[in-house]
Write a protein that binds this ligand. Structure first.
Ligand code: SF4
Ligand code: SF4
Ligand code: SF4
Ligand code: FES
Length: 955
């Protein structure tokens, strides 16, 4: 579904969704001839002819319902007054939308609605933005004959339970838009119309309040509601916006487009943009509602420095903070050598910021010690896809899923991690696509309203490659491959060799059953389903990458897609679901120590020469330190200074004790962030960062879509993040001169072949662009590898299963695996400072009833989780979502110490940590772990030191 009207830039409500048909029908509406695709409603055809028909229950994001009777029309040769939203346009039809009879009927309908409406328009939150009000005006309603004193709903109680929106039943016109939005757009089916006739009202679940119901607070119903019945509390508090700015959500890799509705520089609400090419007007609870962190009182808005982490912070000017940092970094390099400092940039940052940080490190620091948090999530994707297909990125658009016949989800939980795409996927599944879920846990997709996975391969954590090989074994040995595709698009000799490799008996589902724990018949069934699909699409997440064989598994997935011919067209492909908003972008921008922007190795003389010429410096030709190597080097005394922008390595990297020891061993740790995060507690310099609302730039989502981030308010600390990097570089003696991030993008485009055609002007013109965007593809590339793989011939890789070193033993008999939850985002620094914590105030440990019973554990008990790396304590939730032998937790709260127990094991190719497999023991305990107690003390001390800075400021 693209822009509803096809023009790509308007907000007209066309009444019903666009239809796609090769056949056009031509009709006349109020004497205007219009041609529309067959299947188009009359109300939409009219809107396309520029004729607006009054409506209440219809809107172009939802299928027509035909309940309000306001959109009636007359059709020549037909009796009665059909509803234009449910009547389809037909060849030669002559339609009249305005007549005195129609006007009478419409006024009558409106009278009925209005007689049961509070009519407190002047004080209503929707005043000025209410469709009921608009329709009363449109039909010329001047009186209400029934009066306002009869039976009505004016005293119905409001439901204020949801932290972000209210439900005021007295204003409800029972148009059913909210119910349909919840079903069709979101796919949650939380709402019903309860009662009949005059008594009917919207009900969340079994007459529960919204908070206690199945509602996931996506806000689709609020957006669909034509009155103030469902209304954002922020609008109730502040009133309607006076302008809006289109920007991109800064949370997950879906990259939803939003209109930030503003009063001056205050956000009133975020409304998903219906022209947004990644989200088509939908959003989740994070993007739509969880933006309050941007103005949270915890924001630090002045630069701070201190010589030791036991000292109070000293607030200083930007100039002083920058000079202090430059001096300390120069001193360190003079004493310990050029390679003793480095930088880490977060995938939360914009492309332009990421680009500048790696440029700072390579050109101003003079080494390649730059890394990004993609190291700890999707670095195996970059490696594995580059090896096999030739490009380190997903192959499709999100919309491609609407063409998929079989969807395979491996190690991903789209409804929590990528919720808007999860909703789109669910829509396709409700249309009949088949589903295979490969996951140790019963994620929501396995069973949710109107969706039931055809196969859930509930494998043991750490056995992905064994599973992928078994799937491939079945496909090859049962002759389900697409040999014509594979022989043409890949090297036939390599393909034959791979077939021989994978046909070995030890890969068979039967042989691997003891390893994966999944019955062979299920594996065979799933393999047959995927291979015989017209279009088979694989979606995967961190459950694939964060393993000791993460890169191997990515290559095994690519093998499956190539062998079955499921690459290079709509509806198929290999689709990594990127965790953070700009994981794709931070990798594209050269944030890894071995790659310059555009994935060119630092040892590539031609590429290096290009950058050397442009940047005017000599560049190192050896890869620099990866994040884990930086920690090692810090501990052995050779790495002493770190510039860390937007990333909370203490909370997000594995083996927390190791990370904090490394930071303590450094002499100058610089953190640039919004809050005093866990890493900042170990810092000597704090540069206050800017939220996504305070700066310009771009994010690149999981579909390679470069979308605009636009400043809607001035930076609270006076500087956007790119300006800070620029100042630091200048202070270090390497000049950077950019007046605006668009100039940084121009440089990226100049130096990066896949970005040659990208500019802010073009992004504004097209809304967003999927790279590659260059001379061959001036408007971008929605689907990759059409006709030919980027690397020429697709490369089949041998993917022998090698069990992880992390073994369960008598001492550590359970496997801990980790994941995310819908309402929280990553380390939680942002979402924990919003009302989203209502849903997830703490991380908990999910444990199977058998394992719980063996240990005498009940729901809500404190349990200690011990691994070879450390111990932490969480509350237990006894749940059959886990299989026996496997426990699960999230990592959104620092006190949980989820990474105190994860180990140093990592992917063989990229060092991506093996977060998904940790052998643990779980026991009932009565108090927090030693680490947690130390954490509390240390954090309290650091908060005090921060407060001492505030006291100093007040004096
Ligand atoms: S907020 Fe979303 S999930 Fe909740 S009732 Fe509305 S549409 Fe359904
Ligand atoms: S709550 Fe709003 S959208 Fe839902 S039925 Fe009532 S008026 Fe319509
Ligand atoms: S968090 Fe992701 S799915 Fe939710 S609104 Fe933001 S980009 Fe969209
Ligand atoms: S808009 Fe057509 S019946 Fe309500």
């Amino acid at each position: 579904m693209a822009c509803q009207c096809g023009s790509g830039g308007c907000d007209t409500d066309y009444g019903t969704p666009a239809r796609v048909s090769e056949k056009l029908v031509t009709l006349e509406i109020d004497g205007i001839e219009v041609s529309v695709p067959q299947g188009t409603s009359l109300i939409r055809a009219a809107a396309e002819a520029g004729v607006q028909i009054p409506k209440l229950c219809a809107t172009d994001s939802l299928e027509p319902f035909g309940s309000c009777r306001l959109c009636l029309v007359e059709i020549e040769g037909r009796r009665g007054y059909p509803a234009s939203c449910t009547t389809l346009a037909d060849q030669g039809m002559k339609v009249c939308t305005q007549s005195s009879k129609l006007a009478d009927i419409r006024r009558g309908v409106m009278e009925l609605y209005i007689s049961d409406h509070p009519l407190d328009c002047l004080t209503c939150a929707a005043n000025g933005n209410c469709e009921l009000q608009d329709m009363a005006g449109a039909v010329g309603l001047r009186e209400v004959r029934y009066g306002y004193d009869g039976e009505n709903h004016l005293k119905d109680t409001k439901d204020e339970s949801n932290p972000y929106f209210t439900y005021d039943p007295s204003k409800c016109i029972v148009c059913n838009r909210c119910v349909r939005a919840c079903e069709e757009t979101q796919g949650t089916f939380a709402l019903t119309i309860d009662g009949r006739g005059f008594e009917s009202r919207v009900s969340a679940g079994m007459k529960e309040n919204f908070l206690d119901s199945e509602c996931v607070s996506c806000g689709a119903c609020v957006q669909a509601c034509p009155t103030a019945t469902l209304m954002e509390k922020s609008v109730i508090q502040f009133g309607q916006a006076e302008h809006s700015v289109t920007t991109t959500c800064a949370y997950c890799g879906v990259g939803c487009s939003f209109n930030a509705e503003m009063q001056g520089s205050r956000v009133v609400r975020m409304v998903p943009d219906k022209n947004g090419q990644a989200n088509h007007g939908h959003s989740c609870v994070k993007g739509r509602f969880a933006w309050g962190y941007a103005t949270h009182p915890d924001r630090i808005t002045k630069p701070m420095i201190r010589d030791n982490i036991s000292d109070p912070w000293k607030e200083v000017s930007w100039e002083e903070a920058i000079d202090y940092t430059a001096r300390r970094f120069k001193e360190i390099q003079a004493k310990y050598g050029k390679d003793s400092i480095g930088g880490i940039v977060s995938s939360r940052c914009t492309n332009e910021e990421g680009y500048l940080v790696q440029k700072l490190v390579r050109a101003a620091f003079g080494n390649n010690n730059v890394d990004t948090c993609a190291r700890v999530c999707h670095s195996p994707t970059g490696y594995g896809l580059k090896q096999t297909l030739g490009e380190s990125a997903g192959t499709q658009t999100f919309d491609s899923v609407m063409q998929a016949d079989v969807i395979v989800v491996i190690g991903a939980n789209p409804t929590d991690g990528h919720p808007v795409f999860g909703s789109q996927m669910k829509r396709r599944l409700r249309e009949g696509a088949k589903l295979v879920v490969v996951d140790p846990r019963e994620i929501d997709l396995v069973r949710s309203p109107h969706i039931q996975a055809d196969y859930h391969l509930k494998l043991r954590p750490g056995t992905n490659v064994a599973m992928a090989n078994s799937l491939a074994y079945v496909i090859v040995t049962e002759g389900l491959t697409d040999d014509a595709f594979a022989n043409e698009r890949c090297d036939p000799a390599e393909y034959a060799a791979w077939k021989k490799f994978i046909s070995q008996e030890h890969h068979s589902p039967e042989a691997m059953e003891a390893v994966t724990g999944v019955p062979a018949e299920l594996v065979r069934g799933a393999a047959r389903l995927y291979a015989s699909a017209g279009n088979g699409a694989i979606y995967y997440g961190l459950g694939v990458t964060e393993h000791s064989q993460g890169s191997t598994m990515v290559m095994a997935i690519a093998n499956l897609a190539m062998a079955t011919g499921n690459v290079g067209r709509e509806g198929v492909g290999v689709n990594p679901l990127r965790g953070q908003n700009n994981v794709q972008g931070s990798c594209d921008m050269g944030s890894f120590p071995h790659e310059l922007p555009g994935y060119r190795h630092v040892s590539d003389n031609t590429a290096r020469a290009l950058f050397e010429e442009s940047w005017g410096v000599k560049l190192e030709n050896e890869p620099g330190l990866r994040i884990p190597n930086m920690f090692e080097a810090a501990l052995d005394g050779s790495f002493k200074g770190l510039y860390c922008e937007g990333e909370d390595i203490v909370q997000s990297d594995p083996n927390t004790h190791h990370v904090t020891s490394a930071l303590e061993a450094m002499e100058c740790v610089v953190v640039q962030d919004l809050f005093l995060n866990e890493t900042a507690k170990f810092a000597h310099v704090f540069f206050p960062g800017a939220s996504f609302l305070e700066k310009d730039g771009t994010f690149t989502n999981a579909e390679r879509r470069i979308s605009p981030v636009r400043k809607v308010m001035p930076p609270l600390a006076g500087k956007a993040d790119w300006e800070v990097t620029l100042m630091l570089s200048n202070a270090l003696g390497y000049p950077m001169n950019y007046a605006h991030p668009s100039e940084i993008m121009d440089e990226i485009a100049r130096l990066t072949p896949t970005f040659h055609g990208v500019s802010y002007e073009k992004i504004d013109q097209l809304g967003s662009i999927q790279w590659p965007c260059n001379e061959q593809a001036p408007e971008g590339t929605p689907t990759m590898h059409i006709g030919k793989f980027v690397r020429g011939k697709g490369k089949f890789m041998f993917t022998e299963y090698v069990p992880t070193d992390e073994k369960v033993t008598q001492k550590f008999p359970l496997i801990l695996t980790t994941g995310r939850i819908l309402s929280q985002y990553n380390v939680g620094a942002q979402t924990r400072r919003t009302e989203n914590s209502t849903w997830h105030p703490e991380d908990i440990l999910e444990i199977h009833p058998h394992d719980a019973e063996d240990r005498g554990i009940s729901d809500g008990d404190w349990v200690g989780i011990q691994s070879r790396a450390g111990e932490t304590v969480l509350h237990a939730k006894v749940s059959t979502r886990m299989q026996p032998g496997v426990v699960y937790t999230t990592f959104h709260h620092p006190f949980s110490g989820a990474n105190v127990i994860t180990t140093d094991n990592s992917d063989w190719a990229t060092n991506c940590p093996e977060y998904k497999v940790t052998a643990v023991q779980v026991t009932k305990v009565s108090q927090p772990s030693e680490w947690q107690q130390r954490y509390r003390q240390f954090s309290a001390k650091q908060e005090e030191l921060l407060k001492a800075r505030e006291v100093a400021k007040a004096q």
